[in-house]
Design a protein around this ligand. Structure first.
Ligand code: ADP
Length: 189
């Protein structure tokens, strides 16, 4: 069993890398953003709640997100997993620890993709916006999502460093090169 988190600012390539990483470990790719988008598309109650926050580039309230992740992690295919986009707040870190304790599991590692240059991230996302069709991919909302990351999520990096499970990986350069760096970390776990 391998249980991993991948984190990094919006545009760092989490989603892209998480798919390959989940295949590599034979686990589930659990992206809170993807699950929310699926619920928005299907017009579920959860989707209706999430949409107003997502469109504005705000985080969905913790109690909504936590309940959704709790359900997902208890599914039978989630013994090994890559969590992508969760946790994003200190409260979600605590909740994840609680959920994992309930199922007798613990995290093996946290991969933090590092891209220092904010402007590179914004430009990557503006480019992706041409094809993503995401309502939150306008330049204004993209910039706001970066600020929210700095305010709420950047603080998780030192938390996981203190837990002794943080692995920072250079997120710049070609997708395959970043994947190789992540692969080397995972092989060393
Ligand atoms: P990004 O490219 O910004 O990393 P995601 O696809 O991971 O995008 O998330 C899109 C949106 O979904 C976020 O801006 C937020 O509104 C919501 N969301 C995703 N994960 C979480 C979370 N862990 N907590 C709160 N909101 C979340």
């Amino acid at each position: 069993m391998t249980r991993l988190l991948i984190m990094g600012p919006p545009g760092a390539g989490k989603g892209t890398q998480a798919v390959g990483l989940a295949e590599r470990i034979g686990g589930a790719h659990i992206s809170t953003g993807d699950i929310f988008r699926e619920n928005v598309a299907n017009e579920t109650e959860l989707g209706k709640t999430a949409k107003k926050y997502m469109d504005a580039g705000q985080y969905v309230p913790d109690e909504v997100t936590n309940a959704m992740v709790r359900d997902r992690l208890k599914q039978p295919d989630a013994e090994s997993f890559v969590l992508d986009g969760y946790p994003r707040t200190a409260d979600q870190v605590d909740e994840l620890d609680t959920i994992l304790a309930e199922i007798g599991a613990k995290l093996d590692g946290v991969i933090a993709l590092v891209v220092e240059d904010r402007e590179e991230l914004v430009q990557r996302m503006i480019k992706r916006a041409e094809t993503s069709g995401r309502a939150d991919d306008t330049e204004e909302v993209i910039r706001h999502r970066q600020d929210v990351y700095d305010e709420e999520t950047a603080a998780l990096v030192p938390i996981y460093r203190d837990h002794g499970i943080l692995h920072e990986v250079d997120g710049t350069g070609a997708i395959d090169d970043v994947a190789a760096r992540i692969g080397a970390v995972v092989d060393s776990l």
